[in-house]
Write a protein that binds this ligand. Structure first.
Ligand code: SAM
Length: 218
């Protein structure tokens, strides 16, 4: 029976890993492991909030082999490269607004045909919409004030079905209790037409962060 992670992500010897779509190559110095004759890349929960979510027991994972993903805040492509392993026949549109980081992202995308780098500002989806094809999922990790609304704007603009957003409490308000910020983000996403399907604090790996998974209400 296929697990909720699909057949390209697994835990082996307690380590999370993805089946490499680009065997023999590392993206960020991760360990490569042979499992039954296939090469897997270890996916570190200390380097990726999506990995932290899964290692902490998170149960929502919409990524599949042929899905289209809009990734907001891709940085140099660490987490996006693991999604690229999973959505091997899909497309991952990777938006990043820092010019310097974008250069590293372009290098990562050079060897991965399903990752498309886009220099753009997640708060202006109309500015990069022309470069984005059909997507089902929005994944966001931008650590910027107004995170929930930026995510909702993109969900709406690209007509996405579901998504996951990493919320950094300190980017919203350094004085407020993180729980309060996460509650407020959930309220806002609900007001914007989404159903909350999971909320998990990432505390063990990322201080004052939570992952929220949503599906669009029809
Ligand atoms: C925490 S890092 C992302 C790490 C990455 N998601 C990973 O796991 O590999 C946040 C990134 O979001 C980018 N960022 C912040 N605000 C943004 C915005 N409005 N549009 C696009 N990128 C943004 C930053 O430049 C930074 O590279």
């Amino acid at each position: 029976m296929m697990s909720m992670l699909g057949d390209r992500v697994k835990f082996s010897d307690g380590k999370l890993m993805t089946l490499s779509a680009d065997p023999g190559r590392r993206v960020y110095g991760e360990r490569l492991t042979d499992v039954s004759g296939k090469e897997y890349r270890e996916w570190s929960p200390y380097r990726s909030k999506l990995a932290a979510y899964l290692c902490l027991g998170g149960s929502y994972f919409p990524f599949r082999e042929d899905r289209g993903v809009l990734y907001l805040g891709a940085a140099s492509g660490t987490t996006a490269s693991h999604i690229s392993d999973v959505a091997a026949d899909g497309r991952i549109y990777c938006v990043e607004f820092s010019q310097r980081t974008f250069r590293d992202l372009v290098r990562t995308c050079e060897t991965r045909k399903n990752m498309i780098p886009i220099l753009g500002d997640a708060s202006s989806p109309a500015g990069y919409g022309f470069a984005v094809g059909k997507i089902e999922i929005v994944y966001q990790d931008i650590a910027q004030k107004g995170q929930a609304d930026i995510f909702a704007d993109n969900m709406e603009h690209f007509n996405a079905k579901c998504g996951m957003i990493s919320i950094k409490a300190r980017s919203e308000d350094v004085t407020a209790r993180p729980d309060r910020i996460f509650d407020r983000a959930c309220e806002r996403l609900t007001e914007r037409g989404m159903r909350i399907v999971d909320v998990l604090r990432l505390e063990r790996y990322e201080k004052a962060h939570a992952m929220i998974a949503v599906e669009m209400m029809i």
